[in-house]
Design a binder for this molecule. Structure first.
Ligand SMILES: [Mg+2]
Length: 334
C-alpha cells in the first residue's frame, strides 16, 4: 500500500458537506468556517521515534521545537496564523521523567515563539517507541486562504529556500557526523534537527493577493509538487539549474557520496513553502518578499500537461533532457 493510496482511501471516508467545512482532506489543513469572513485551520502531525527522529541526536528541547514547527508549517502553508496546540504523547515504560520535563518546557516555549498556546492533549503508554502527535488550530481571513488547488498553466513555481538540507543533515547524523564541529555541516544538521516554519512569509504571501497555490515541503519537491499539480489539474516543469542549492549541500553530499540533485528533489523535511503565481507579477513578488527579508526562488513553470518534469543538462553535452519525477519523494509506506 502506497501512502497516496492510503490517503485516497481515507478521503472516501471523510465528510465535507455541512457544518461549515470549506475544505476537508487534501490540503495542508482542513478549513472550517469560524465566523463570517474568518476560518479555522486544523492540522495534525505525528512524529515516531526511529522514523522521524532518533533520541541519539534529537535532544528533548530540539525534538519539542521540531514537533511544533512541522505542525505550524502546515498552518503557514495556508497563509494562516497558529493559535492553539494539543499534544498527545505515547511514552514507553520506564521513560526518563527528566526528559519529559525538558521536552515539555521547550514545547511551551516553542508554541509561544510562534504565537500559539498549548491548551490540552493526552498521554498514553506506548509499547516501545516514543510517539508525538500535535494538533494545531490556526485562523485566517477566509478570502486569504491559499489552497494547493489554485495553480494555473503559465504560473511561475517558487520555493522559499534552499532544498535538500534536512535530508542531507539526517544522513550526516546517521553517519555519526553530527558530533563533528565542522561549521559547514552544522547548517545541514540544524535543518534536520531544528526546522523553522515560514509563518511570516506565509502570511505575507497570502496577504499579497499574488499567489495562486501554496503548500509546504515535507515529503520532497518531487512528491509535494505532484500533489499541488494534481489538486490543481495541471503539471509542472522544473529547471534543474534554477533549484536553490547551498554550498553546504554540495559539501555534505560529497562527503556522503550522495547526489545533491536527488536530495533536493526527493529529500523530505525541507519545510519551505512551495507556491505559484502569475508570471507578470514575478518582479513585484520578489520586491515585496525581499523587502521583508525573505529570499524566494523561481524554479520552474506550471503547464497544462499533467506530471512533474525536470529539465536538466545532459552530462558532457549542450543538450537538455526532460525527465518525469512525479511522486519520487519520500513515501512513508514504500
Ligand atoms: Mg504540509
Amino acid at each position: 500500500l502506497k501512502e497516496r493510496e492510503l490517503i485516497e482511501a481515507i478521503t472516501r471516508l471523510t465528510g465535507s458537506d455541512g457544518a461549515g467545512v470549506l475544505r476537508a482532506i487534501g490540503d495542508d489543513c482542513a478549513v472550517v468556517e469560524k465566523s463570517p469572513g474568518q476560518v479555522w485551520l486544523l492540522t495534525m502531525d505525528t512524529l515516531v521515534e526511529s522514523v522521524h527522529f532518533d533520541l541519539r541526536w534529537h535532544t528533548p528541547e530540539l525534538l519539542a521545537r521540531k514537533s511544533v514547527s512541522v505542525n505550524v508549517s502546515d498552518i503557514a502553508a495556508m497563509g494562516g496564523k497558529p493559535l492553539f496546540a494539543l499534544l498527545s504523547l505515547g511514552l514507553p515504560s520506564g521513560f526518563d521523567p527528566q526528559w519529559f520535563e525538558r521536552f515539555s518546557a521547550s514545547l511551551v516555549q516553542s508554541c509561544k515563539a510562534y504565537g500559539c498556546l498549548l491548551i490540552g492533549g493526552d498521554t498514553v503508554r506506548s509499547p516501545d517507541r516514543l510517539l508525538i502527535t500535535i494538533t494545531l488550530v490556526g485562523q485566517s481571513e477566509q478570502d486569504l486562504v491559499l489552497y494547493r488547488s489554485g495553480a494555473r498553466p503559465g504560473d511561475t513555481v517558487w520555493v522559499s529556500g534552499p532544498l535538500g538540507l534536512a535530508a542531507c543533515g539526517l544522513e550526516l547524523c546517521r553517519a555519526g557526523l553530527h558530533l563533528r564541529s565542522d561549521t559547514h555541516l552544522q547548517s545541514l544538521i540544524d535543518a534536520h534537527l531544528d526546522p523553522q516554519a515560514r509563518t511570516k512569509l506565509g502570511r505575507q504571501l497570502a496577504a499579497s493577493g499574488l499567489v495562486h497555490a501554496m503548500m509546504d515541503l515535507s515529503d520532497g519537491l518531487a512528491t509535494d509538487l505532484a500533489h499541488l499539480c494534481k489538486e490543481s489539474g495541471v503539471g509542472a516543469i522544473i529547471e534543474a539549474d534554477m533549484l536553490p542549492k547551498s554550498s553546504e549541500l554540495t559539501q555534505g553530499a560529497a562527503l556522503l557520496g550522495l547526489d545533491p540533485l536527488a536530495l533536493m528533489l526527493s529529500g523530505g523535511e525541507d519545510y519551505e513553502l512551495l507556491f505559484t503565481s502569475a508570471p507578470e507579477y514575478d518582479a513585484e513578488l520578489l520586491q515585496l518578499t525581499n523587502g521583508a527579508g525573505h529570499v524566494i526562488y523561481p524554479i520552474g513553470m506550471i503547464e497544462e500537461a499533467s506530471g512533474v518534469k525536470i529539465r536538466r543538462r545532459e552530462v558532457g553535452t549542450a543538450s537538455f533532457c526532460l525527465e518525469d519525477i512525479s511522486y519520487q519523494g519520500y513515501d512513508h509506506f514504500a
